[in-house]
Design a protein around this ligand. Structure first.
Ligand code: TYD
Length: 134
């Protein structure tokens, strides 16, 4: 499974907490794009796609969200609910986002610019792309 949870270093003192993320250090790639999701709803799932080349780190800045991650053979769930943890998702992973808490805010750091052509939005096409890639 090409994903992992990364615990970020927290610089905390009596003023509050701070997390710093740098390219090729805490983030295992060069960030080309940042996007974020807010005003999501608990009964509205998102994602349902995979990427051949894109790598991402997703951080629940506020609230929580349940991820389903699937490499074509195994399907696992991850609850993302901390601003000091990043979910790294590598290449060729199907992802779904479910059960957003009210007010959830997800920030995504991505290794490539947005390219709709790079999305695989059909699960059967995803399985086929894995088979063709081998
Ligand atoms: P979409 O891929 O449906 O979001 P999710 O994967 O979370 O379900 O994206 C929603 C819209 O935003 C869609 O019209 C494409 C657009 N979009 C961009 O323009 N740039 C981006 O970087 C992203 C991620 C999406």
């Amino acid at each position: 499974m090409n994903y992992k949870l990364i615990d970020f270093t927290v610089h905390g003192d009596n003023r509050g907490k701070l997390v710093a993320l740098e390219n090729n250090k805490e983030i295992p790639f060069e960030v080309k794009r940042v996007y974020y999701m807010f005003d999501t709803l608990p009964n509205e799932a998102r994602g349902f796609h995979a990427h051949k080349e894109l790598e991402q780190i997703i951080i629940a800045m506020d609230g929580a969200c349940r991820f389903i991650l699937d490499d074509g053979e195994k399907r696992e769930q991850v609850l993302l609910n901390r601003p000091d943890v990043g979910l790294y998702i590598g290449k060729n992973m199907w992802r779904e986002m479910h059960d957003f808490s009210y007010g959830c805010k997800l920030v995504v750091l991505a290794s490539e610019y947005y390219d709709e052509q790079e999305y695989i939005r059909n699960y059967d096409d995803f399985l086929k792309s894995l088979k063709d890639g081998k």
